[in-house]
Design a protein around this ligand. Structure first.
Ligand code: ATP
Ligand code: LTN
Length: 332
């Protein structure tokens, strides 16, 4: 039997996840879990590069695991685990730091954005974020990394770092490839469709959180920024607001963009926005219920985390062992 290719991705347990995270990341994972050996982490080590409240971080970590499962990730097929449970991530990150340049890290878009947003706390971890992410991916010898468009630059760096290590020492890491979806890789803010929808946005009306109730969802879509025409047409350049809503509708309803355009031809934005809200709410309601049920079953979640931490560590340590040998760390 041919060995399955390896898939790796992660999400930070910060704030509340938005439908951007769902459509750009989790939803794609669902379709891939049957065909790949999958590792999906909860990136709590990345999360602390921005100040977190410890009690909340703990709670959000478990809640993200419950969300993974509630969205339909199968605990039998995927290794769902917490990044800090596998020490090899920090260990490989240290080694990779020594072949990564300060200059290239200081030019990363997300570092510049986050430094501006958290000017009081531009810590070393924030700058090192992409190296830790490279360590995550490379430890598992991942072939593919399904993420949203905003992670493209980080993925490029992970590939560069892999190539550099392989050149300086000898072939060790697989060069991972990003997997970006055509629709959904970048869901935009409802209030400012030129920006990505973010879980840490200043204006909560621009983001639909996976925890939002139906009324809240419909209210936010009703207020979404569109344009002065009245035509539901997909044209991201000329009509960014409407096109964003069409993408969301298409992904949540399972209809193609063309079908959706036809469905709303000759109908006003009011009706269209209501339909988008209803489609999103209908999908999220059962997910929220299942997530709550799982959070209450802590023994089950803890058992799963323990097993998966061991499984992930086993895989990660094999790679780390090779790395230590190649760089000349004395082994007994
Ligand atoms: P923050 O905005 O707080 O920095 P984030 O929303 O980018 O966080 P992450 O944990 O950094 O969340 O990202 C998780 C995954 O969600 C990544 O694969 C990322 O590409 C994807 N993602 C995030 N926002 C969007 C979006 N608006 N559209 C599509 N995918 C997204
Ligand atoms: N930085 C990522 C989260 C992340 C990740 C990873 C994604 C951490 N480690 C490894 C893919 C592979 C983000 O989405 N903000």
């Amino acid at each position: 039997m041919e060995e399955k290719k390896i898939l790796y991705s992660a999400i930070q347990p910060t704030n509340n996840l938005t439908i951007g995270n769902y459509l750009g990341a989790i939803k794609n994972w669902l379709g891939l879990q049957n065909d790949y050996e999958c590792y999906f982490a909860i990136a709590n080590m990345h999360a602390i590069t921005v100040r977190q409240n410890p009690a909340e971080l703990r709670q959000k970590t478990l809640s993200l695991l419950a969300l993974y499962l509630a969205c339909g990730l199968d605990a039998e097929k995927c290794c769902l685990y917490i990044q800090s449970h596998v020490p090899a991530h920090a260990e490989l990150c240290w080694v990779l730091n020594t072949i990564t340049y300060v200059g290239e890290m200081s030019r990363m878009t997300q570092f510049k954005d986050k430094s501006a947003r958290h000017a009081e706390n531009v810590n070393m971890g924030l700058m090192d974020y992409p190296v830790l992410m490279a360590a995550d991916i490379l430890l598992y010898q991942a072939d593919y990394v399904p993420v949203g468009e905003d992670q493209r630059q980080h993925l490029e760096i992970a590939r560069d770092i892999a190539r550099r290590f392989n050149t300086v020492y000898s072939p060790t890491f697989k060069e991972p490839e990003g997997l970006f979806m055509k629709v959904g890789a970048k869901i935009n803010d409802l209030q400012d469709p030129s920006k990505k929808m973010s879980k840490s946005a200043e204006n909560p009306n621009g983001s639909i959180f996976l925890s939002d109730g139906k009324d809240e969802i419909i209210r936010k879509f009703r207020r979404a920024v569109t344009d002065s025409e009245a035509e539901v047409r997909y044209d991201p350049e000329a009509k960014p607001g409407v096109s964003n809503l069409l993408s969301i509708y298409s992904l949540f309803s399972g209809k193609s963009i063309e079908e959706a355009e036809r469905e709303f031809a000759g109908r006003g934005y009011g009706e269209f926005k209501l339909a988008v809200g209803e489609a999103v709410a209908a999908k999220l309601e059962p997910v929220q219920r299942e997530q709550q049920r799982l959070i209450a079953d802590k023994d089950y979640l803890n058992g799963l985390l323990k097993r998966n931490a061991e499984r992930a560590a086993f895989k990660a340590e094999r790679t780390l062992g090779k790395v230590y040998k190649k760089i000349g760390f004395y082994q007994i």
